[in-house]
Design a protein around this ligand. Sequence first.
Ligand code: K7E
Ligand code: CUA
Length: 654
Amino acid sequence: MKTKLCLMAGAAIAVAFAGGCKPKGAQTVISGDAASKVYVAPGQHDEFYSIVSGGFNGQMSVVGLPSGRVLKILPVFSVHPENGWGFSEESKPMLNTSHGFIPWDDLHHIAISTTNAEHDARWAFGNANNTPRIARVDLTTFKTVEIIEIPNSGGNHSSPFITENTEYVIAGTRFSVPTGDDKDRDVAIDTYKENFRGTISFISVDKEHGDMDIAFQLEAPPFNFDLARAGKKKSHGWFFFSTYNTEMAHTLLEVNASQKDKDFIMAVNWKKAEEYIAAGKGKKVPVKYAHNKWDESTHTATSSIRTEVLSLNPRDFKDIVYFIPCPKSPHGTDTDPTGEYIIGSGKLAAIIPVFSFTKMIAAIENEDFEGNIDGMPVLKYESVLHGEVEKPGLGPLHTEFDGKGFAYTSMFVSSEIVKWNIETLEVVDRVPTFYSVGHLSIPGGPTGKPHGKYMVAYNKITKDRYLPTGPELAHSAQLYDISGDKMQLLLDFPTIGEPHYAEAFPASLIKDKQVKFYKLEENNHPHVLKGIKDARVERDGNKVHIYLTSIRSNFRPDNIEGIKVGDEVYFHMTNLEQDWDVPHGLAIKGANTAELLVMPGETATLKWTPDRVGIFPFYCTDFCSALHQEMQGYIRISPAGSNTPLKFSTGAAE
Ligand code: K7E
Ligand code: CUA
């Protein structure tokens, strides 16, 4: 029976994918005033920034709302030839891991920093789903400034959700795996139940500077952890994790992990866990993970390998972890703006359960348990339940809030968004999406202060919505007006990569705080040049260092001779500009790397190993002035072992 339900849902998904159940009333025409609601006139700015995950491109994109205009692509876990991220010597360490250099990842979720459960928008966090990592992007420079690897994790999907004052960013493992030393990890897969572990990492965030550190890890049962949300306001101090595969299957999960009627939302009292850690109850376990930081003063990243993590086993303490039964493989779990309600979205469930924090606390006090998992209490469904949303649609995934008492849940299988009243649980409106919606994003939607004006649906299938582009079609977002009683579709816009989640916030929070250029006098890069007079070339064995300046519109030096085949050449380029939006680029013919795009006041290094004799031009890639096309130079490469003297020109006048 249970298997059948799953298969039915599977069939419904297949139908939706095959295009057999196109939502009724396909909106191809929108009314005249709808267009004006997303129109941002030339020269005007959008009202909201939206930071959108890129999915399998490992990037984030910055999108203005309501226009849907893409403002920037931020390389995070992926190399980005556009600006040399992961190609410059300075940025390579950012992509270091315990497995070495990994130039890619799968970024699903964004968390924008909050204070008192409201966006402060100082940082954007993103998760790496594949090789478990969390990144922090500074929203004054839109640059990835820190990446921390998560040990003892098999895949970082339940991440990077944050607590209300950004005390912690969390990372829950999607795939449970055996942990410990080589001997502990080399086990038969069918010993899953005995030997595999789920871990939840609490990563502390420095209040002032944002620096991350793994504060502790909780050892959880070997479930799959899917998503999470922190409590807020009255439920501050708690974290809620959706789990599936509580069957603990290790093969054919499609069927074997859909056996039980209910999986769990795991409620974690992290304040309690913190107390035990402070009391010295954690135990240090050996691990290996990379922690990479960008230094804004040296414009250089460093990567260090850490070898220890503090682990807490909640089985030893009866008051950290509780399980709330939740129907059918919950995907999203979300907490409403008051912090009272916890919503579980069971992908295969016919209802949406809404749990009450107040009732949960009472149930814990009354020991209203229906069993335990390794000694950790399972609460009674009915004692924690506020109520169920009846007949919401098929395939609930994620819920966002408008701050006016309503919740919006995405329905993947029935391709629609359902608006319902959080108190009465009544469905008040539904609109189709085109097609198969994943996450929803309302500016401030996951915080205590949503701005209930717009909602963006991030859809999985586009089919006929855009001009076709070969086998892979554009991914799609749709913007809805949610200011009135009825949701109204305003705009379709294509996206970069495959967005899963996005968070949006008022532009006014950060638009006047942008770094316009880096002050040259504060540049502490070991190879910085403070002026043209310092431009030079130095040989050190077979290494040649070219200390290069760029300013509109020349490089110094620009004619270089005396370099030989087999030399390792390092261009250390300092952009001397002290003005907003004047990067200079650097590219050289035949270099097995990308260009550099160097910001005003910054220094960056391109490594090149010339492989043949000849004259090699280099040039500026960013159209920086009317004489941009004149911004170029030549390097002469002589045969290995030749005696061509080292010679360079910096312009006779200086
Ligand atoms: Cu639903 Cu990875 Cu948040 Cu995609 S996840 S949709
Ligand atoms: Cu500098 Cu173009």
